[in-house]
Write a protein that binds this ligand. Sequence first.
Ligand code: FDA
Length: 304
Amino acid sequence: MEAAMRSFFLHLAQNRTLSNLAKRYGLRYGAQRFVAGETIDSAIETVRKMNQSGMAVTLDHLGEFVEDERDARASADFCLRTLEAIHNSGVNASLSVKMTQLGLDIREDLCKAHMVEILDYAARHDIWVNIDMEDFSHCQITLDLFREFAASYDKVQTVIQAYLYRSEKDVEELAQMGANIRIVKGAYKEPPTVAYPEKSDVDANYKRLLDIHLPSPGLTSIATHDEQMIDHAKQVIQQHGLSEGQYEFQMLYGIRTDLQEKLVREGYPVRIYVPYGDDWYGYFMRRLAERPANVGFVLRGILH
Ligand code: FDA
C-alpha cells in the first residue's frame, strides 16, 4: 500500500498541468509546512529564525523542468536575487539550484551560462552553491557540469543519491578529486534497472557512501532524517576524528525539527534546506511520496 502511494505521488509530481495550476492558486493544502512562503522576504525571515536556533540554511528558489528560454532566464534572475538577499541581509545561508530550472532541457550552453553567472556572483560574495540532483536522465550531465564548475570554483557542491546503483562508483571518483557532495537517499521515481527498489538496499548503500566520502578532503553533507543513517555518520566522524568544515548534517524545512534541534544541542553543524517561491507543487508531491501519512496535512488544508 505504502509503495503504491509513493508511486502515485511521484507520478503526480511530474504532472505539468497541475503544477501550472498550483502556481496560479498559491501556496495551499498544507504545503506551507514544507515551503517558507512565496517571496524572498518571507524566506529571509525564516532563515533568520533558523540562524537564531543555531542552524545554517540552504535556500532554494523553487522551480524545475523549465521548457521556455524566458522562464529559464527568470529562474536565473531569481537565483541571483536570492544570492543578493543573502549577501545584503548577512544571514548564514547558501543557495541550492536545480539545473533544469536554468534551462538544462532547452540547451546545455544556456544552462551553463546561467550557472556561471550564479557561481561568479556567489564566489564574489563567498556564498556556497549546491547543484541539486534531479531524476536519473539528468544525472550524468549534472555530474559532468559539476566537475567543470568544481575546477574553477571552490564553494560548489552537488548531490549523490544512494538509491542509484552507479552512486558508489561516482562517490569513489568524487572523493578522489576532493569534491564537495551532499548524500541523500533519492526522491524521484526510478525503475529497478537503475535504482535499488528495496529500502534496506538504499539504506545499506547510504552507509557505504558515507564510509567512502566522509574521510575524503571534500565537504560531506549528510542529508537525511533517518536516525540510523545519522548514528552511522556520527560513528564515522568519531572514528576518523573529523572536524567541523569536513561534514555537516542537513535536513528539510518542516521535517523532524526535534531531530534538527537535538543535533544542534549535541554541537553538530546543521544546515536546513529551505525552499520558497510559487513553483511548490512538484517539491510538495515528493514530500508526500516520502511519507504518505503526510496526506493528513493535505486533507486538513482542503477542509480549512
Ligand atoms: P527516509 O525516507 O527513510 O525517512 C526517515 C524518517 O524521516 C521517516 O521515518 C520520517 O520520520 C522522516 N521523514 C522523511 N521524509 C519525510 C517527509 N516527507 N515528511 C515527514 N517525515 C519525513 N533528493 C534528491 O533526489 N535530490 C536532491 O538534490 C535532494 N536534496 C535534498 C536535500 C536535503 C537537505 C535533504 C534532507 C533531502 C534531499 N533530498 C534530495 C531528498 C532525499 O532524497 C529523500 O527523499 C528525503 O530526505 C527522505 O529520505 P530520508 O533520508 O529522510 O529517509
